[in-house]
Ligand binder design. Structure first.
Ligand SMILES: [Zn+2]
Length: 181
């Protein structure tokens, strides 16, 4: 009974955190220390990273970009951990915990063979690398599409005059101005 109750308690709240749901049947929890890293990353994205990459936007824009960026950052971390647990076939998985230093896949036992353990360990970094390459390619494609649209529009609006079109485009806002003509 006490065992059953403690099991239930463990299911509702991980030792030092909160259970937020489950993905693919794996329980996802956030350790209390995770909130520290969440606000650190959110603050860095909002006040330093995005303003440095794309200066001249409004504070609300940076706030929105910060929220989206931070959520995607932790989604990629979750994808890394999910790759580990998805590969851990036959090993009982308790769930995934995100904490201040990253993520942790909680399994009850270890793999029986070194080869299996290696495969479980290696799929995480492989998933992260694949995600990184895919996102980089997507960013390059989006940038190219935006540039060609802007150049096309500029060519039509000001007759392709190099002086008018070769303005330095330091920010998205000035790009948007080019784009709007
Ligand atoms: Zn890993």
């Amino acid at each position: 009974m006490a065992e059953a109750r403690s099991q239930l308690a463990r299911q509702r709240s991980s030792p030092h955190g909160v259970v937020v749901g489950s993905v693919g049947g794996f329980q996802i929890s956030l350790d209390y220390s995770w909130f520290v890293i969440f606000f650190l990353i959110f603050g860095t994205f909002t006040s330093a990273v995005f303003p440095a990459y794309i200066p001249g936007l409004s504070q609300q824009s940076y706030l929105l970009m910060g929220i989206v960026g931070t959520v995607l950052f932790f989604a990629s971390l979750l994808a890394h951990e999910l790759a580990h647990v998805a590969r851990a076939r036959g090993i009982p998985v308790e769930g995934i915990t995100l904490f201040i230093f990253g993520g942790m896949a909680r399994t009850r036992t270890e793999a029986a063979r070194p080869r299996e353990e290696f495969l479980i360990a290696v799929v995480g970094p492989v998933a992260s690398l694949a995600l990184g390459v895919a996102c980089y390619a997507l960013a390059r494609l989006a940038d190219q599409a935006f540039r060609s649209t802007a150049a096309d529009c500029c060519g039509r609006c000001c007759g392709g005059s190099p002086g008018a079109c070769a303005r330095p485009r330091a920010s998205l806002r000035s790009r948007a101005r080019d784009w709007n003509g």
